[in-house]
Design a protein around this ligand. Structure first.
Ligand SMILES: Cc1ncc(COP(=O)(O)O)c(C=O)c1O
Length: 203
């Protein structure tokens, strides 16, 4: 049974998102929101494989932990099959350089997806990313990266899920960090403590 304030909040949240994103599901934790988004992506695509950054943090539940690489994988036995890591486009510790010595993130993204395509069994469902990696070292994605990532996902029929647990609801100065790259094939698990006094976590 949902109360009127919860319905009103869901409506107001949905009203802050671009066209095509018109539904809010209120949950309790970030991990739950990410798992819900992944489950939706799997249901919609009929696939199961999930890509996330090699220094990602998406939460402690099994589904979120399977997409988390920055900590806590050792000692827990096998993760769910079909989880792949994408290199982090870290401009301060660039892995692949352009002729000027700066991070060549486009080439890094291409190589990352070459490896993912090589490992995939043809069942890529979603890519789950933070627009600013936090636990992974406060890494801001280079301008244009998220749009290029969205295109990589859409080329493969995958959904892009942007985990805004740390960055959403004006925490970086704008409504959602990733809103300029949104599309109807994007979903947003967004900030913790967005519902003071009652457990809520929009997805
Ligand atoms: C980016 C990100 N996603 C998800 C989570 C998980 O949130 P929760 O601890 O509420 O499950 C966190 C927690 O720190 C986070 O930083």
């Amino acid at each position: 049974m949902l109360s009127r304030p919860v319905l009103d909040l869901a409506r107001r949240l949905a009203g802050t998102l671009p066209a095509g994103l018109d539904t809010a599901v209120l949950l309790t934790t970030g991990a739950e929101a990410n798992v819900a988004a992944l489950r939706m992506a799997k249901l919609v695509t009929g696939r199961h494989e999930v890509v996330s950054f090699a220094r990602s943090w998406h939460g402690m539940t099994q589904g979120a932990a399977n997409a988390t690489y920055v900590a806590g994988r050792g000692g827990y036995g096998p993760a769910a099959p079909g989880n792949f890591a994408l290199p982090v486009p870290d401009r301060f510790r660039p892995a692949i350089l352009d002729p000027d010595g700066n991070l060549d993130w486009r080439r890094q993204l291409d190589l990352g997806f070459d490896l993912i395509d090589a490992q995939s069994v043809g069942s890529l469902a979603a890519c789950l990313v933070e627009p600013i990696l936090t636990s992974g070292g406060v890494v801001e994605l280079p301008p244009g990266y998220l749009a290029a990532l969205r295109d990589k996902c859409h080329e493969r029929g995958m959904l892009l899920i942007v985990d805004e647990a740390q960055t959403g609801l004006c925490r970086t100065g704008t409504g959602m960090r990733s809103s300029t790259t949104a599309s109807s094939r994007t979903s947003w698990p967004c900030p913790r403590r967005s519902g003071p006094g009652c457990p809520s976590r929009p997805c």
